[in-house]
Design a protein around this ligand. Structure first.
Ligand SMILES: *Cc1c(COP(=O)(O)O)cnc(C)c1O
Length: 376
């Protein structure tokens, strides 16, 4: 049996008719940049995520850069963030000349440990940039409390969490800016690069609308140095075809996760923790084991794909050596990087495939338990 980590072909086949019809309409219209399709997508996604405004941009990375700019973060400012994430989060901060300041993660959820944020705040701290990692929202009450007490901006990287909720709160309700990515393998994926910023602040929305078209206030009037960062109309209509299916797909991921929980419970693997009240949408299902590399190899030999999200925390990366961190600074992030393994969870997988993955994992851990028992 083969179990892929992503199956974009199956997702395409499910929606082939709508996607091709939408593309044909755009091709005939000749309107490839902006227009009402993009506007409609912005409105629908903002609404879906609990925000008043959405601004489509060229990628999830651009969404972060533009959000930081719109929140007036720049040289000399410190931004508190997580070392355990995809590189774009730190990159966006560094590109603007601001300094990423890391706080260790909660080993159970892999999210920024909100209890450790306060001790990292200095007079230069301007913002907190947490990531809703693997599809689980960071504690919004803690963020709101810190933002209010220290007058900080909150920018949430929700690239992996479109459709997640926490105690009924949607992903974009809390922050000054919330960023999404529509990278093809995200829970809602385009056929290329695309992203969006969501906000409830009309001033930030206006600034973003200017920044993403070269800083223009209206055509030909440049009020600030901006970017060329638009969400293509073709990508917008592809996303439009997929959006009505997002909740169903997220539910299917949750069902797969529940099956894993049930089949892998009580084994020597550590299963991903879900905090009370969180509607986790399992962008990834990430298990932990000290023999992670051996398990990955074992699964590969049995036709099962898996990936390392993430193999090295940001504070130990060559590109960010100039920040001056060293091994041992964030022990939980470092330990996670050595132990994590993301296994197939996408909605297109069958119960038979998920059961097969679980069965192979159990076969591995059972064989290790037996070999660890000393002979009588
Ligand atoms: C995917 C991702 C991004 C970057 O999104 P792109 O659309 O690829 O630029 C940023 N942050 C996180 C956590 C992501 O998973």
């Amino acid at each position: 049996m083969k179990v892929p980590i992503a199956d974009l072909h199956a997702q395409y086949l499910e929606l082939e008719t709508e996607i091709l019809e939408n593309i044909a309409l755009v091709m005939k219209s000749g309107c490839f940049i902006d227009g009402e399709n993009v506007q409609r997508l912005e409105e629908q996604i903002a609404n879906e995520c609990g925000a008043q405004f959405g601004v489509g941009v060229a990628s999830g990375t651009d969404a972060l850069v533009l959000s930081l700019r719109a929140c007036r973060i720049g040289a000399g400012d410190e931004v508190i963030t997580t070392p355990f994430t995809f590189g774009a989060t730190t990159e966006a901060i560094a590109l603007l000349g601001a300094t990423p300041v890391y706080v260790d993660i909660d080993p159970c959820t892999f999210n920024l440990d909100v209890n450790q944020i306060e001790k990292a705040i200095t007079s230069r701290t301007k913002a907190i940039l947490p990531v809703d990692l693997f599809g689980q929202m960071v504690d919004r009450d803690a963020l709101r409390d810190l933002a209010a007490r220290y007058n900080l901006k909150i920018i949430v990287d929700a690239a992996q969490a479109i459709g997640a909720k926490r105690n009924g709160e949607k992903v974009a309700e809390c922050a000054d800016a919330t960023t999404l990515s529509f990278y093809p393998t995200k829970n809602l994926g385009a056929c290329g690069d695309a992203g969006m910023v969501l906000t409830n602040n009309p001033e930030i929305a206006d600034t973003l609308r200017s920044l993403h078209v070269h800083g223009q206030s209206s055509y030909g009037y440049f009020e600030q140095i901006g970017y060329c960062s638009r969400l293509d109309t073709l990508q917008a209509v592809i996303l439009m075809a997929k959006l009505p299916h997002l909740n169903k797909w997220n539910e299917a991921r949750r069902k797969n996760a529940a099956l894993y929980h049930c089949l892998l419970n009580g084994k020597s693997l550590t299963l991903p923790g879900c905090e009370q009240g969180n509607y986790h949408i399992y962008h990834q299902y990430t298990i932990r084991h000290p023999e992670r590399d051996a398990i990955q190899e074992y699964l590969k030999e049995r036709g099962i794909d898996s990936k390392l999200f993430y193999p090295m925390p940001m504070h130990l990366q060559k590109a960010y050596a100039f920040l001056g961190y060293k091994e041992g600074d964030f022990p939980e992030a470092e330990k996670a990087a050595k132990e994590v393994l993301s296994i197939p969870i996408v909605p297109e997988l069958s119960e038979v495939q998920i059961s097969y993955v679980a069965e192979q994992l159990c076969a591995y851990t059972d064989s290790r338990v037996n070999s660890a028992v000393p002979a009588a």
